[in-house]
Structure formats: C-alpha cells, structure tokens
Write a protein that binds this ligand. Sequence first.
Ligand code: AHR
Length: 332
Amino acid sequence: MNKTVSMAAAALALVTTMTACGSGSESEGAGGGAEGGGGGDTIVLGFSQVGAESGWRTANTKSIKQSAEDAGFELRFSDAQQQQENQIQAIRSFIQQGVDVIAFSPVVESGWDTVLVEARAADIPVVLTDRAVETDEDDVYETFLGSDFVEEGRKAGRWLVDEYADSDEEVRIVELQGTTGSAPANDRRDGFAEIIGEDDKFEVIASQDGDFTRSGGQEVMQAFLSSHDDIDVLYAHNDDMALGAIESIEAAGLEPGEDIKIISVDGIKDAFQAMADGKINVVVECNPLLGPQLMDLVEKVHAGEEVPERVKVEEGVFTQDQAEEELPNRKY
Ligand code: AHR
C-alpha cells in the first residue's frame, strides 16, 4: 500500500470512529476533488460544527452547507454534539485527510492550542467562524468571522437601562447563560454587566447555564421561579432558552413580557412570533447566515490571499412594536 492510499485508509477509519462515537460526520459537495484530501481543483473544506442545539445553529448549518455547494467546494461536515473532544477528534481527522482548509465554530473558548498547532504543522489554514478561541500560540488561524458578542450584551443592557430610565426602584434580573465557557456566554454576560453596572438599581439575583437549549431554559427558569418570587427581568443569552423559559413562566401563572420582562438574543422566527404575541420584549439580533462570507474567506486563504484578522457581522435590535412587520422578512 503506498503512502497516499494508507493515509486515506487511516482517515476513513477515523471518520468511521467519529460517526460511531456519535459526532456525525458527512461529506457533500461538488466532488471531483482529490480523493481522501485536498490537492485537486475542488477546494476540500473540513467543517466542525458545534451541534444542533438551537434554531440559530440549524440556520447556520443550512447556510454553510448551501454556500459550500454554491461555491463548488467539497464540504466534509462534522457535528460535535456540543462536545469539545468531538471537535478535536474531527479536526485531527481533517488533518489526516489532508483537507485544503479547516473551519470550525469552537464550542468553548479554551483548550485548542494543541490541535491548532497540529493543523499549523500540517500547513492547513484554519478559519474560525461564529465563536472565538483563546490561544497563546501565534498564527494558528487565518481569520475569525462572526458577531461581536460583547456588543450584543451591551445592546441588551442599553435596552434595559432605557426601559427603566424613569424608575428608581430596584430591578431584579435573572440570567440564563449559554454553554459555560463558550464565547457567546462569556461575552454576552460581560457586555450586559458592563452597561447595567453603571446603575446599582440593577441587580442580577441569579445566573445559571441553560446550555443554549429550549429544555435548558425551561428547567433553569423553573428553578429560578421556585427560589425567587420577585423577578422583574429575564435576560436569556439566546432565543431557544427564552422560549423554554416562557413555558415555565406561564406554568407558574405569570405573564411573560408583562410580569417578567424578557430580553433575548438571536432573532429566530419563533422569537419574533413570541415578541409579536407580547411574550418577549426585545431581541438583540445575532445573524447565523454566515455561509457566503465564510466561503469567500475560505477561497481567499486557500489562494494565499491576505484576509482581515477579524470580520464582524452587522446586526440590529428589535422591539415588540417592530415584530409584526418584521416577521415575514425573517430568513431564519
Ligand atoms: O454562537 C452563537 C450562539 O450559539 C447562538 O446565539 C446560540 O443560539 C447558539 O447556540
């Protein structure tokens, strides 16, 4: 068996292991690329996705798959099911396969140095999308495409400050955090705290991880309600957790949006519907439709072109009075 064939066999074995472990891996796209790895005319892109935890993520995955197809890339897609070890395994498999470019959305911020150094040693460019990493290593990724999560947290805080501008009474807030250690959870918490910290009438009385899922939001909100009977505001780090929390608020005989004001992040259709129904007060937008920009960056790094170190996404803030009109325009 020559070296190329044995490398391809090893890569295939790894992909099979990844699938057996539950970190679903699939290959799709133009085909016609080099077998087992890059090197042909078609760009082979290995992409490791966080999981399928939210409406945002589903829209993000769809955008990436569609854009890779439109660009004529061969996409090797792996779903990490929100486990960092699955992502590390997937990235190692992409390195073994010799893909042209690796892109991933890191489930948490830390713990990537070793695998990123391995990609650098294999001379495979890495593009980060959606979430950032903390690293002490130089030149382990080419660019990072995604939202400014700190700014999203600030936008949420600014809405709250405006909403209570005419009141001197204490405002008691519960916070549903995203996955512990993830960039959006860290940054949305910090940006929000920075703004509300300017006025000590705002107090975060409880803060807990709801893992960005509907069931997580529902369970944690239920626990908040059983230990606090004086909650004024819920700040949820994403729509799915806010929607889950609404179920618990209603089950407790309270009116979401009235008895407890709700601030959420993302802007999925279901959240706009909840806003139109008066159950969510404000949504800070986080755009998941990153596929076209990602493919553009992948093409450029593959061609050895200069790319900006950071590419941010433009996003808005939507309130109840805009929800009805905006609903038909939502693309995710
Ligand atoms: O990283 C983006 C975040 O991850 C989205 O806000 C959330 O819905 C998703 O799970």
